[in-house]
Design a protein around this ligand. Structure first.
Ligand SMILES: Nc1ncnc2c1ncn2[C@@H]1O[C@H](COP(=O)(O)OP(=O)(O)OP(=O)(O)O)[C@@H](O)[C@H]1O
Length: 251
């Protein structure tokens, strides 16, 4: 592994200069199962990256590794966020460094209102967006601020899960299947919001079964196949290339 000193030397080399978020040769395991197999990609500040691939390709595992969840266990490689070594951090340290993972099941806390869910996210510094700013972006949440969060519709729960991430001071939003189970009109509404969030400087990685929707949203795409990167280029190119879509995404 490189220390910060070695990293600085690398940073001076244009060919290997780290991006805002750099994932370098990461290998991660569930027990002895080798799942994330030498994955590398860069994410530029303020872009939306779609991380795609068939079922079981290792997308969720890659997000969990970046968020330093501990399971899967990172055994090799490096992850750098804005010159900070995420690979040396525990989950809470990665969160403090600005990583927010919104998991597939959204984890809305039952028995707490929308506003309480948001306030709970702000309990420990560094605090991010104010409630006013959040409600401006998600008017539906403002209207339902006193409603139990677990009684929201699927789309509203997804909005609350994203809003809760923004309530903390984050740099990178990791979204795992944000569109799952949502009607196309709600998908469009969330996509519009994610573009506004990008335009406010937040970097996003989206993992999504609805590859077409993710590609339409994203600036760039990385495609995984059995734990390996098989494509890393513009999202539009994938939309335009039928053979590529059929080969790696089966769409
Ligand atoms: N907790 C776990 N323990 C052991 N193996 C796991 C665990 N979670 C996932 N795996 C395995 O790791 C591989 C990659 O799973 P992962 O969920 O990362 O893929 P994915 O690309 O996100 O898939 P999907 O699109 O189906 O959600 C799969 O073979 C899966 O069975």
């Amino acid at each position: 592994m490189l220390d910060e000193h070695t990293f600085d030397k690398r940073a001076n080399n244009a060919a290997t200069a780290p991006a805002f978020l750099s994932v370098w040769n990461i290998e991660a395991y569930y027990g002895e199962s080798y799942i994330v197999q030498d994955v590398s990609f860069n994410v530029h500040e303020g872009e939306i990256l779609a991380l795609l691939g068939r079922n079981g390709a290792g997308k969720t595992s890659t997000l969990r590794t970046i968020a330093r969840m501990g399971n899967p266990e990172l055994r090799h490689g490096e992850i750098w966020l804005d010159h900070k070594p995420l690979h040396k951090m525990k989950n809470y340290e990665a969160a403090q460094a600005g990583i927010a993972l919104v998991p597939e099941d959204r984890r809305i806390i039952q028995g707490l209102t929308v506003e309480e869910n948001l306030k709970l996210a702000q309990i420990a510094p560094p605090v991010g967006w104010s409630l006013e700013r959040i409600y401006e972006l998600f008017p539906r949440l403002g209207e339902r601020r006193t409603q139990d969060g677990s009684t929201l519709s699927g789309g509203e729960q997804q909005m609350l899960a994203i809003a809760r991430a923004l309530a903390r001071d984050i740099k990178v939003l990791l979204l795992d299947e944000p569109y799952e189970g949502l009607a196309p009109v709600i998908v469009q509404e969330i996509a519009k919001t994610l573009k506004i969030i990008r335009d406010q400087g937040i970097t996003t990685i989206i993992v999504e079964q609805n590859a077409v929707a993710a590609l339409k949203l994203a600036d760039r795409a990385v495609i995984l196949d059995t734990g390996l990167v098989v494509y890393d280029d513009s999202a539009q190119k994938v939309l335009d290339d039928e053979a590529l879509r059929a080969k790696y995404l089966a769409i």
